[in-house]
Design a protein. Structure first.
Length: 516
């Protein structure tokens, strides 16, 4: 590690690696610092959807689209009270650059299938990278190395260094020696979904025990921005909490092979048109049972939650109280119990355990086949609870629930309206499941050159933010928008920083690329 570079980047997820590659393509010397043992971030554990408009793949499929239509549709995903806080100008600016970013990625050899539909998008816009999001990390890492950029993992950025006039000029790290940046420092440290103190401070103490789906998402980039005087926006807005089954201890075949091989992703991509549809469907189904959440309809239809001791502990139909209660249980875990009626009901359309809308649906038998680690079937509740490693007998909880359904006593947790007792000779237990924040929507205020803004809206010299660190007040609900923003903002900030050496401090605005 040298004492000085043109560009320093904090974080080696999708946004950080995209920023590094983009800047290096324009001749910058680049150092990326990643606190984890390997690159990837939250991008690296995602399915990999990239949602964009006016893309080459849309044109090939004969899909007519526009940025205006996409902006309107993007505003239909979040609840009205959340969407009202969106930075409309910045989101439209971002969406206007998605096609160029997708072209850039495909130019590196990444292959996408789609576009796929996702209502309420009026046309298909979701492009899925082959075979999953680790392909972004493998390809960008290889491209960065080929351009002479440096990636140092296992190194934490502790503080920003500022000069006498307040310009950000470098970083102090846990290696001891400071490292300086001639053109700028880019914050690309991901979200703060697992930063319990930040969640509690901005969202409320009762949410403070809920974990993030990425255990490393602890908000270092947000803390650095805040310490520099950045204006922080929407820090109380989170995606979740929601119920998620714990992931498999071992990834699938492709996931284990991919991290070291961008070539593999290209080979798989070229083979996609020749792969039988049933093979593609099987792979998508496996991703579905790994990453998607169980539907709330399960609880409305009569499913119950048990803790490891076999006890009910909450009103399963009330969000987010259900998730808050799960986070207070032993191991922060819960198990979903279905009786014979529910097993039959959730074995065929339109009743499914989980879904990627209009793409795939997972039913009881899919989980029993593909997730044997978290799905257990048997003749009695006691049998399957024992198979799942639970310590208590669920008989008492089931008896009390049935008494409430039959009108002999109120439900001690406040459920109302259930009409079906839990009975039968076939039972299924799913779990453990945890309450998780998937991602967070808060970040530093930025302008369209990705410069971090202070409380007065003035750029903090030398400091930039991308991805989840620099959401700038955008609301990006719906599949594929966060990854699209991560990669687009990273690409654009690299262009801005690459231009600084040619055009002076003002650089070449990312506005110059627009005009589609």
């Amino acid at each position: 590690m040298k004492p000085e570079y043109d560009v320093l980047i904090v974080g080696a997820g999708g946004s950080g690696l995209a920023a590094a590659v983009s800047a290096a393509e324009l001749g910058c010397s680049v150092l990326v610092l990643e606190k984890c043992p390997e690159a990837g971030g939250t991008t690296g554990i995602a399915v990999g959807s990239f949602t964009g408009n006016l893309t080459a793949l849309q044109r090939v499929a004969g899909i007519a689209d526009s940025t205006t239509d996409h902006e309107e549709d993007a505003g239909r995903f979040a609840p009205a009270e959340i969407e009202s806080r969106n930075n409309a100008a910045l989101r439209r600016f971002f969406l206007g650059h998605t096609a160029d970013t997708l072209d850039w990625l495909m130019g590196m050899g990444l292959v996408f299938h789609g576009p796929n539909p996702e209502p309420p998008n009026r046309v298909p816009r979701m492009h899925n990278v082959v075979p999953n999001a680790k392909a972004y990390i493998a390809t960008l890492s290889a491209r960065l190395a080929g351009l002479g950029g440096e990636l140092r993992c296992g190194v934490t950025a502790n503080d920003l260094i500022r000069d006498d006039v307040g310009r950000v000029v470098g970083l102090r790290t846990d290696l001891g020696e400071p490292v300086h940046a001639r053109r700028g420092v880019v914050l690309a440290g991901g979200d703060y979904a697992n930063a319990h103190d930040l969640i509690a401070r901005h969202k409320g103490d009762r949410f403070g025990r809920i974990d993030g789906i990425n255990s490393f998402a602890t908000g270092e980039g947000h803390r650095l921005a805040e310490a520099a005087g950045a204006k922080m926006l929407n820090m109380d807005v989170t995606y979740g909490p929601e119920l998620r089954f714990v992931p498999p201890r071992r990834g699938d075949f492709f996931s284990r092979l991919l991290p070291g091989s961008g070539l593999l992703s290209r080979l798989l991509g070229f083979a996609m048109p020749c792969v039988p549809q049933f093979v593609t469907n099987a792979y998508v189904k496996r991703l579905l049972v790994t990453w998607q959440h169980p539907e709330n309809a399960l609880f409305d239809d009569g499913a119950i939650l048990l803790n490891r001791e076999g006890e009910r502990f909450c009103n399963e139909t009330v969000w987010p109280d259900r998730e808050i209660a799960i986070a207070s249980q032993s191991g922060k875990e819960a198990f979903l119990l279905l009786d014979q009626r529910l097993c039959e009901r959730y074995s065929r359309w339109p009743h499914f355990i989980s879904t990627a809308p209009k793409i795939a649906y997972a039913y009881v038998e899919d989980y029993l086949r593909l997730r044997k680690d978290i799905a257990f079937a048997g003749d009695s509740p006691a049998e399957i609870c024992q198979a799942a490693g639970m310590s208590g007998d669920p008989g008492g909880a089931i008896f009390a629930f049935n008494e409430y359904v039959e009108g002999r006593r109120p439900d001690p947790h406040g459920r109302k309206g259930d009409q079906h007792a839990l009975v039968g000779t076939r039972w299924v237990l799913f779990g453990p499941a945890k309450a998780c924040f998937t991602t967070t929507e808060g970040g530093a205020a930025i302008d369209e050159d990705l410069r971090v803004l202070d409380g007065d809206g003035v750029p903090i010299p030398g400091l930039y933010a991308v991805g989840q660190n620099g959401l700038g007040g955008q609301i990006l609900w719906g599949h594929g928008l966060h990854i699209a923003w991560a990669l687009t903002s990273g690409r654009l900030v690299g262009r801005v920083l690459g231009a600084l050496g040619q055009a002076g401090e003002s650089g070449v605005s990312s506005h110059d690329e627009r005009g589609r």
